[in-house]
Structure formats: structure tokens, C-alpha cells
Design a protein around this ligand. Structure first.
Ligand SMILES: [Zn+2]
Length: 122
């Protein structure tokens, strides 16, 4: 799914080998593509871009221009971002606890795909 970006946003967008959520990222830059989980509302599973922090909430802008605040740990990172800024998320259900977790880029490229979340099997 393509997310419209500001022209200068993609240089800040990162897909990392080991981080899974915005909470894990040390440098949280505007323009970071994220996928919303653990919310249950209309935005569940939707993709947007991180804008800034508002108190303890990470503010995310969606393609329809709506902005909403989330707990940074509910904002998953993409496993890949293409040169044109398109972000790809690989989100799985843990086979042990059934919670949702994203594959990192390293796991996405691994021969054997991870099927348990980091809490069940770090
Ligand atoms: Zn689990």
C-alpha cells in the first residue's frame, strides 16, 4: 500500500534490522512510516506516518489527512521501505500467545520465518 509522503520525508523513513515498533527507535523522525495495531478502532491495521510527540502520544498522520495519537509501542515499523518511499509491513500472529508482531527486515529475509513474538521467544 502506498503512503503519500512529503517530498523530503523519505530520507528520514527507516526500516531497521532489529527494531519492531516506534517505541524501540531511538531517532524518531517525522515521516517515519508506521502501521497501527492494538487499538481496535477504525485505524487498526492502517498505515500512516509519524509526525511528532504530543505529551506521551506519538501523533500519526493518515493518508486521509486525519491525525491521531498512539502509544509508540502500538506503532509497528516496516520491514522494507522502497526508494520511492513505499513502506512494506509484514505483520504476523504469534503462534503461542496470538499477539501481533512485525517481522524485522532481517527476519523477513530469513530462510525460516519467525512465527513467535519476541516476548514468547526473544
Ligand atoms: Zn507470543
Amino acid at each position: 500500500m502506498a503512503i503519500p509522503h512529503a517530498p523530503d520525508a523519505t530520507q528520514f523513513a527507516v526500516a531497521t534490522d532489529s527494531h519492531r515498533s516506534l517505541k524501540d527507535l531511538r531517532a524518531r523522525r517525522p515521516g517515519q512510516p508506521v502501521c497501527v495495531v492494538g487499538y481496535g478502532g477504525d485505524q487498526q491495521g492502517k498505515e500512516g506516518v509519524f509526525q511528532h510527540f504530543n505529551v506521551r502520544l506519538a501523533v500519526v498522520k493518515f493518508p486521509d489527512q486525519k491525525t491521531l495519537g498512539y502509544d509508540p509501542q502500538d506503532l509497528l515499523l516496516p520491514c522494507e521501505i522502497h526508494e520511492d518511499g513505499e513502506a512494506f509491513f509484514e505483520i504476523r500472529h504469534c503462534t503461542i500467545c496470538n499477539q501481533i508482531f512485525p517481522l524485522t527486515s532481517e527476519e523477513f529475509r530469513a530462510e525460516q520465518e519467525r512465527d513467535t513474538c519476541p516476548e514468547c521467544q526473544p
